[in-house]
Design a protein around this ligand. Structure first.
Ligand code: ZN
Length: 656
């Protein structure tokens, strides 16, 4: 079956939606398609978990707005209504009322009175009211959350002077202060335990009658309705798994969801890391901790995928040479792994995205996150080839590089090498960077606290940057020549020093760990190379540009910083982590920020991209056996959101 395929779907606010192509799906065996179908269902049923994790009012607000969207008799051509529609789409995109990247609460472009008038036109049976609640008291409860900019202003607050939990709107803690939560988890840590579970990963910490307790996300616990659906589909997936290893992986995940026991999650992770032969693979669970300012609680996400065998060649070569890279890094030998284990890597084709990977998605993933499992059993690292491809296709010729790159010389470098060097940097970051180095046995893995994520990302990025310029990559045929790395160095510095600011509102600071990491690296090497004019800002026609004068010196600065960042991580040097991040990675030069934003706005581009899933349609024969699974790309973002809201919204609007 042939499909008319278009990458670009719709745009609104600061986002653009893209379709991604699942190349190779039609060539899979029926059993593999069936497996993907079941795992996709398991993925989509978890979506509402993330909405609730991101804020306790999110599900009610979304369901209320969806009810308005479906109601009859509302004039949908007014400015007010169009503003409401954008607000709803932004909530869909961000899985809640806060921006997916900046964590700021959205400001609605319509009034409270207008919203109240619409709500009154909806049949109350379609509204997410509590038992006995009338429409007016519903509005009185919810409206401050929507309209008062001082309430739940941020999903994740990282300002170090404030109580990070009480000032964050995310729903991982209830009535618990930062010091109470830190103390709660501190006493659980046993430093003699060589295989500690990730404390607090799968629960909400609440205070009831003055006593702290965890409400665990599991079957029979919090989010049970969604988890039971996930379990139903995982059990079906198990019946069509590819091999014994994969059956064991799925079985262990089922047991984890049934019990909430984090030891079982570790056992699952070890089985999962070990399964490198299966063609189809997936994650489904509580994985990344970026949404918790303290880094304990994991947001729910899922991706189902299969191997892209051709593109996997590149990451295979990198992985096979992992020990060489570890041995030759500029890091102090005390902090190096004597034996780098099991850095498996592959390029995958995403088949479905959900939870914290949807619609905005990472393009490279390295899991599991448990430090001890990574060092004993290694990790699996993937680059998501078809998402990267969609991004490249959508960005081609949009005028961005022409506006911000200093001269024709750099533009030519970028044209010639950037697609390749970008992919390679992602591979180095994921396959080697995160897996490199080791923390000293006496160091608390959480010693860097709220700075830990930024330092970890900087470590992985620097590992990649340092090696981009190494002749080893040319020897391994991963780069065509010794000029190519310059494309990566230039775009990295331009982004870290300037252009990533297009994503930040004027007057705000950098918050997100990956953005902080890029600023940290770029400004640190800029400062430390100043004396020799390694990198400079130059003005041309009153516009600011980044110029790199000495690429070799830049590489050695990346090496110096890598050594220092690894030392900070290995020794758990909180004070230095804090000093570096606060000095280089938080504050923004307001004049430069304003200029970059203005130049960017003239290009009429959207800084954030997200993805629309394909739809899988199962065909059954008369005795209930699966005949085939068809893939279609016909559905647009809005239709998809409405369908998911109808078919997969299984959690109650309030989850206590
Ligand atoms: Zn990373």
């Amino acid at each position: 079956m042939k499909h008319d395929f278009q990458y670009i779907d719709e745009s609104f606010a600061d986002v653009q939606l893209l379709h991604y192509k699942v190349e190779g799906f039609d060539e899979l065996t029926l059993q593999q398609k069936e497996l993907i179908y079941y795992l996709s269902e398991a993925a989509l049923y978890g979506r509402d978990i993330l909405f609730d994790q991101n804020g306790k009012y999110n599900l009610r607000i979304r369901k209320m707005l969806e009810a308005i969207h479906m109601a009859n008799g509302i004039d949908k051509e007014t400015e007010n209504y169009k503003a409401l529609e954008v607000y709803l789409k932004r909530i869909w995109f961000s899985n809640g009322i806060h921006h997916h990247y900046s964590y700021e609460k959205f400001t609605p472009g319509f009034s409270a009175d207008y919203l109240r008038s619409l709500i009154k036109m909806v049949d109350p049976i379609n509204l997410p009211l509590e038992v006995g609640q009338d429409v007016d008291s519903f509005c009185d409860e919810i409206f401050p959350v929507i309209f008062d900019s001082t309430i739940d202003a941020k999903r994740v607050n990282q300002s170090e002077s404030e109580d990070l939990l009480l000032t964050s709107a995310s729903n991982y803690y209830d009535g618990v202060s930062q010091s109470e939560a830190e103390a709660f988890y501190q006493v659980q840590k046993d430093y003699s335990d060589k295989t500690p579970v990730m404390y607090g990963l799968n629960s909400r910490l609440v205070k009831e009658n003055g006593i702290l307790k965890e409400k665990v996300w599991k079957s029979g616990g919090l989010y049970s309705d969604a988890i039971d659906k996930i379990l139903y589909w995982l059990k079906k997936a198990k019946t069509v798994a590819e091999n014994e290893k994969q059956i064991a992986v799925i079985q262990k995940l089922i047991e984890f969801y049934e019990t909430g026991n984090l030891k079982l999650f570790d056992e699952y992770s070890i089985l999962w890391v070990d399964d490198v032969e299966s063609h189809v693979d997936f994650n489904n669970g509580f994985i990344e901790t970026y949404g918790d300012p303290l880094g304990y609680k994991a947001s729910w996400e899922s991706i189902v995928n299969f191997k892209d065998l051709v593109a996997t060649y590149r990451t295979k070569i990198i992985s096979e040479n992992a020990q060489w890279f570890e041995d030759h890094s500029p890091v102090n030998s005390r902090f190096k792994k004597k034996e780098v284990k099991g850095v498996s890597a592959k390029v995958i084709t995403a088949a479905i995205l959900s939870g914290d990977l949807y619609p905005a998605s990472a393009i490279g993933i390295n899991l599991p996150n448990s430090d001890w499992i990574r060092s004993v059993h290694g990790s699996k690292s993937v680059t998501i080839g078809n998402l990267t491809e969609a991004l490249k296709k959508a960005a081609h010729g949009n005028g961005f590089m022409k506006e911000f790159v200093y001269s024709q010389k750099e533009l030519e470098l970028i044209d010639k090498y950037n697609d390749l060097t970008n992919d390679l940097h992602t591979d180095l970051h994921e396959c080697l960077g995160h897996g490199s180095g080791m923390i000293l046995p006496s160091t608390d893995p959480d010693a860097l606290k709220s700075y830990g994520a930024t330092i970890e990302e900087a470590r992985a990025d620097l590992f990649g940057l340092y090696y981009m310029a190494d002749s080893k990559l040319v020897d391994l045929n991963l780069l065509p020549d010794s000029e190519a790395y310059k494309a990566q160095y230039y775009t990295y510095m331009m982004n870290g020093l300037m252009t990533q600011l297009v994503r930040i509102d004027l007057g705000k600071e950098l918050e997100e760990a990956h953005m902080r990491n890029r600023a940290l690296i770029a400004y640190w090497v800029y400062e430390h190379g100043k004396e020799n004019n390694v990198v400079e800002f130059v003005k041309k026609d009153s516009k600011t540009y980044v110029r790199i004068n000495d690429y070799a010196a830049l590489r050695s600065l990346f090496g110096d910083l890598l050594a220092e960042i690894q030392r900070i991580k290995s020794e758990g040097d909180y004070e230095t982590a804090k000093r570096l991040v606060e000095k280089y990675a938080v504050k923004i030069n307001p004049a430069l920020h304003k200029e970059v934003k203005e130049r960017y706005e003239k290009l009429n581009l959207t800084p954030y991209k997200g993805f629309v899933n394909p739809q899988y349609i199962a065909e059954w024969d008369s005795d209930g056996k699966l005949k085939d699974v068809k893939i279609t790309y016909r559905e647009g973002f809005t239709e998809q959101m409405l369908r998911y809201g109808k078919e997969y919204s299984i959690l109650p609007p309030i989850n206590k």
